[in-house]
Design a protein around this ligand. Structure first.
Ligand code: WTA
Length: 649
C-alpha cells in the first residue's frame, strides 16, 4: 500500500497545513544534504541548539570504540537546557507542563513554575546528601513531580533511574539494588482506571527487612487521599521537604560524557540491563529529533502518551520537548477512563497539535470505534507519530483518517532505549508516506540491513537491522556491565551496532522494521525478556522448566505465552495456571502476565540443550513447523504440537 501526498498540498490543490508546507520540505532537504556531505559536521551543527557552558572542540572520539565519546570536552547541564534557558524571555510564562489527572484535575506549570520546583527539589536532594554521580530511583505515577524529580537529579549531576509504576515490588527491588540508589522518590498512590495503585506499599515491600541496603531515605509525594504508613527516620513527605528547601540551586557543570541517567530495559538473558546515557550526546539527539521529526514549534501543544517509566517518556515527554521550550502534556490515566473517548477529549481540551502514541493503542481505538474520535474537535492536530512496534498498515490508515482527518502526516519512528532518540523515521516534509514503513534513517545516522556474514542484503530480503557508525544519543554502556554491553551490541559485527531487530528494504529503499530476532518480546509496545518471565515461573515449586514466547496478538502485537513442564508429583490444573500467572505479576508486573500457559511433558531442545522457542511459537500461532533438524529429538515437537492443537488450538 502506498500513498502519495504532494508535500502538504492535497491533490485538489488545497493547502493542508501551512506550517508543514514548503518550509518543512525545504528543511528536510537541507538536513539530508548537510548530513550527506559531512555527517560529523551535521552533528556539530545540530549541537548548536544546546546551551553549552563550555563549547566542545572535538566532536567524536573513536579511540576506545565502541566506547565512543561525543562532544567530550564540552560542558553543559541538561536541566539548565530544559528549564533555565527558557525563563529569560517570554517563555517564562509559557506552559511547560499541562498535567491532566485521571480524575479530570488539571495543573499547568509554566517554565517559571517548573524552574522554581526543580530548583527546590534539587536542594531537597542535596540536603538529603545526594552527590554528583550518585543514583536516585524514581517510582512515581505520571505526575509533574516525576518530571521535577528527573530534572532535579540532572541539575545536581545525580543519575536518575526511573522505574515504571506498573512494575512490582520485586522488580523495583532488583532495579534499586543493581543501581545502588541512595534515595527513592515515590508517591502514596496513583490512579489506574479509577482504582488506586499502591506505589508506597510496593516500595515498602521492596525495602522491607533491609532488602535494599543502599536506600537511606524515601521521599513520598502525596497524590491520592489515601493514608500510608510512614517509617520514622526513613520516610519523608515531599511537601514538607519542599517547604523548607532553598529557592535556587546552582546547576552543576557537567562534562558532555558524564552520565545523565540509567534506564533498565529487558534483554535476552538474565536480569534487566541498566542502559546508561550521557549528557551531551543524549541532549543533542533528543533535541534535534523533537525539533525536526515532530516539527515542534513555539505555539505547539505536544502530547506523547507514553509513560515516563520508559525511554519514550524520558526522551519525548521530558528532555526533548522541554529542551525545545515546548508545551508537553502529561496524562496520568488510561485511554478508557471514564470513557473510551478520553484521549480525544484531552486533545480537544488542550488543543493538542502534535500527537505521539503507539500502534497497540491505535488498534484498541479501532476496535472501540470511530464514533469516539468523531465526537470531538480534533482540528488542532497537525502531525501524528507512532512508536513501539511496527505499525500495521490498517492501523496507519485508521490513524491517518480518523484522528488526522487526512490532514496530518504520520511519523513512524523506529528507535530503542539504547538509541536514546529516533534513528529511522520519515520527516514531516516528506512528500510520500508508506503506511507501515519506518522509511529512512534520520539525517546523520547510518543504518543498514545485514545478512549473517555482515553484508548488506538485497531489496526485499530480510536481515539484521544495524547501525554502522556511532550517533550522539547512543547508549554509552550498561551500568556496571561492560562485558554484556560488548557482547550484546558490538561483537556480532565488529564496529557495528546490532539492534536485535530484523528489517527489510523495499525497491524504493524504504526501511520496514519487522520485529525482534532475539528472545525479547514486545507486548503492547512494552519490551519484555522471555528469560525474565521464565525465571519467575520456575520459582514455583511445581515447575521444572518453562519456555516463554511472544505469540501474535491482534491488539497487543504479541502476547506472553508459556510452555511449562512440571516436576514429578504435580499435575496441571486451572488453579495452578492462575497461581503461575499471579507469580509472574508479583515478580515483574501485570504487563508480563501470561495470556496462556500450556503444560507439556517435555520442551524441544537442540543437542546443546537450548530450548527452541521459535518452534513453540510456530505451534502457538498455528503455523507449519519451521526447521527441526537441529533438535535433539524431533519426536518431542510433533507430540507437543498434537497435544496443543487438541487442547489449546
Ligand atoms: C520496537 C522504544 C517497529 C523494536 C522506543 C525495538 C519498533 C523495540 C518501532 C525497542 C517502530 C520501537 N517500528 N518496531 N517504529 N519502535 N520498535 O527499548 O523492536 O522499549 O527494538 O524502545 O521496540 O523498545 P524500547
Amino acid at each position: 500500500m502506498e500513498m502519495n501526498r504532494q508535500g502538504n498540498v492535497a491533490p485538489d490543490g488545497e493547502v493542508l497545513h501551512p506550517s508543514l508546507s514548503k518550509e518543512a520540505k525545504e528543511t528536510a532537504e537541507k538536513l539530508r544534504a548537510l548530513a550527506q556531505s559531512d555527517r560529523l559536521a551535521f552533528w556539530g551543527e545540530m549541537s548548536k541548539d544546546i546551551t553549552w557552558f563550555k563549547e566542545w572542540t572535538k566532536i567524536l572520539d573513536e579511540g576506545n570504540a565502541p566506547f565512543y565519546r561525543w562532544y567530550y570536552d564540552g560542558q553543559l547541564n541538561a536541566c539548565y537546557n530544559c528549564v533555565d534557558r527558557h525563563i529569560k524571555g517570554w517563555k517564562k510564562n509559557k506552559a511547560a507542563i499541562i498535567f491532566e489527572g485521571e480524575l479530570g484535575d488539571t495543573r499547568v506549570l509554566t517554565y517559571w513554575d517548573l524552574y522554581r520546583e526543580v530548583n527546590k527539589f534539587a536542594n531537597v536532594l542535596k540536603n538529603l546528601g545526594v552527590k554528583r554521580g550518585e543514583v536516585v530511583t524514581i517510582y512515581l505515577p505520571m505526575i509533574p513531580e516525576a518530571v521535577i524529580a528527573m530534572l532535579a537529579c540532572a541539575r545536581i549531576g545525580a543519575l536518575h533511574s526511573v522505574v515504571f509504576g506498573g512494575f512490582s515490588s520485586d522488580a523495583l527491588k532488583d532495579r534499586i539494588n543493581d543501581s545502588g540508589a541512595k534515595i527513592l522518590v515515590t508517591a502514596n498512590g496513583g490512579y489506574r482506571r479509577g482504582k488506586p495503585v499502591p506505589l508506597k506499599n510496593n516500595a515498602d515491600t521492596a525495602l522491607q527487612g533491609n532488602q535494599c541496603p543502599s536506600i537511606e531515605k524515601v521521599v513520598v509525594v502525596r497524590h491520592t487521599p489515601d493514608d500510608v504508613p510512614m517509617e520514622p527516620g526513613r520516610d519523608l513527605w515531599y511537601s514538607d521537604l519542599m517547604n523548607e528547601a532553598g529557592l535556587y540551586c546552582e546547576p552543576e557543570v557537567m562534562d558532555a560524557e558524564d552520565p545523565l541517567f540509567i534506564l533498565y530495559s529487558s534483554g535476552t538473558t538474565g536480569k534487566p540491563k541498566g542502559i546508561l546515557h550521557s549528557t551531551g550526546g543524549y541532549m543533542v539527539g533528543v533535541h534535534t529529533t523533537t525539533k525536526y521529526v515532530f516539527d515542534c514549534k513555539d505555539d505547539d501543544v505536544y502530547w506523547c502518551t507514553a509513560d515516563i517509566g520508559w525511554i519514550t517518556g524520558h526522551s519525548y515527554i521530558v528532555y526533548g520537548p522541554l529542551s525545545n521550550g515546548a508545551t508537553t502534556v502529561l496524562y496520568e490515566g488510561s485511554p478508557d477512563y471514564p470513557a473510551q473517548d478520553r484521549f480525544w477529549a484531552i486533545i480537544e481540551k488542550f488543543g493538542v497539535s502534535l500527537f505521539y502514541t503507539a500502534p497497540t493503542a491505535i488498534r484498541l481505538f479501532m476496535r472501540w470505534g470511530e464514533q469516539y474520535p468523531a465526537a470531538h474537535d480534533l482540528s488542532s492536530l497537525r502531525l501524528l507519530a507512532s512508536v513501539g512496534e511496527p505499525i500495521n498498515p490498517e492501523a496507519w490508515m485508521w490513524f491517518y483518517k480518523h484522528i488526522g482527518r487526512e490532514n496530518c502526516p504520520i511519523m513512524d519512528t523506529w528507535w530503542q532505549t539504547e538509541t536514546g532518540a529516533h534513528l529511522v523515521t520519515p520527516l514531516p516534509g516528506d512528500t510520500s508516506f508508506k503506511p507501515g514503513a519506518a522509511t529512512s534513517p534520520f539525517p546523520g545516522v547510518e543504518v543498514d540491513i545485514f545478512d549473517e556474514e555482515g553484508n548488506s542484503v538485497k531489496p526485499g530480503e530480510q536481515g539484521y537491522l544495524v547501525v554502522k557508525s556511532p550517533w550522539p544519543s547512543m547508549l554509552r554502556n550498561l551500568y556496571n556491565d561492560s562485558e554484556r554491553f560488548l557482547n550484546t551490541y558490538w561483537n556480532q559485527f565488529k564496529g557495528v551496532y546490532l539492534s536485535g531487530d530484523s528489517a527489510k528494504r523495499d525497491e524504493d529503499g524504504a526501511i520496514w522494521v519487522i520485529g525482534r530476532v532475539d528472545d525479547v518480546i514486545n507486548v503492547s509496545g512494552h519490551r519484555l525478556g522471555t528469560a525474565e518471565i521464565e525465571s519467575a515461573l520456575v520459582e514455583h515449586q511445581a515447575v521444572a522448566e518453562a519456555a516463554v514466547i511472544g505469540k501474535k496478538h491482534e491488539l497487543k502485537g504479541q502476547a506472553v505465552s508459556a510452555f511449562v513442564t512440571l516436576r514429578e508429583g504435580f499435575t496441571g490444573s486451572d488453579e495452578l495456571i492462575a497461581e503461575l500467572k499471579q507469580l509472574v505479576v508479583s515478580k515483574i508486573g501485570a504487563l508480563a502476565r501470561p495470556e496462556d500457559i500450556f503444560f507439556t511433558s517435555e520442551l524441544p531442545k537442540t543437542r546443546s540443550g537450548k530450548i527452541m522457542r521459535r518452534l513453540l511459537r510456530d505451534i502457538a500461532e498455528g503455523k507449519v513447523l519451521g526447521d527441526t533438524t537441529t533438535l535433539m529429538d524431533p519426536e518431542i515437537i510433533s507430540s507437543i504440537k498434537d497435544k496443543y492443537d487438541k487442547e489449546a488450538g
